[in-house]
Design a protein around this ligand. Structure first.
Ligand code: SF4
Ligand code: SF4
Length: 200
């Protein structure tokens, strides 16, 4: 059985171990040399920003209605109920024509990015953005209130996924409808087709 490297018995020669060490160092230096001439895979962030893939979904944000410029959130609290780590807190403000969120906070530092809040939102008010650029060394900056969430919604590009879009994707396709019989063509009575087939 091969003896592990470095476990020499007393009195054994150290030359085999030294040989193995030289081979290992030479191999490592060769790989380093090869990498010197390779194109880097990293970028100088934040000066250089990568183009995110089309389906990228990052930080969460709140949206406004593009036509009326009103907040889309109706304060229904569905996102709060569904959030697994319970990082969303919403207070509803009842109004005459529609409801609003009086307060809306999201603890982004504890968010799992599971997207469940986006999926249940009936008004596409909460969405994910095509960015993650909120890196900070101060945890408190990731406690997002309503204003901050709206600002993020205006700051970055929205991802493709909205609650309406995601729910449509998950709805099973409807079964194809049976063709209607032509006018004047009587529908065969139950069992008739079976009897005809037997007579033949
Ligand atoms: S993405 Fe998931 S964990 Fe994060 S706020 Fe939404 S529901 Fe909660
Ligand atoms: S973000 Fe959507 S789900 Fe959450 S309270 Fe507002 S309307 Fe309801």
């Amino acid at each position: 059985m091969a003896r592990p490297l470095g476990q020499r018995q007393l009195g054994e020669s150290f030359w085999p171990d030294l040989g193995n060490l030289v081979v290992a160092v030479r191999r490592a230096m060769w790989i380093t040399l090869l990498n010197l001439f390779r194109k880097p895979v990293t970028v100088q962030y934040p000066t250089v920003k990568r183009v995110y893939p089309d389906r990228f979904r990052g930080v969460l944000a709140l949206t406004y209605d593009k036509e009326t410029a009103e907040e889309n959130c109706i304060g229904c609290r569905l996102c709060e109920y569904v959030c697994p780590p319970q990082v969303i807190k919403v207070e509803m403000l009842k109004a005459e024509k529609r409801n609003f969120a009086k307060t809306f906070t999201l603890e982004l530092y504890a968010c799992e990015f599971c997207e469940l809040c986006v999926q249940v939102c009936p008004t596409d008010a909460i969405i994910m953005m095509k960015s993650f650029d909120l890196a900070t060394s101060d945890r408190r900056e990731l406690l997002l209130d309503k204003d901050r969430l709206h600002t993020i919604g205006l700051q970055f590009d929205a991802s493709w996924a909205t609650g309406t879009g995601l729910r449509a994707m998950q709805t099973p396709p409807k079964a194809a409808a049976e063709p209607k019989p032509a006018a004047g063509e009587a529908k065969p009575a139950a069992g008739e087709a079976h009897v005809e087939a037997k007579a033949e």
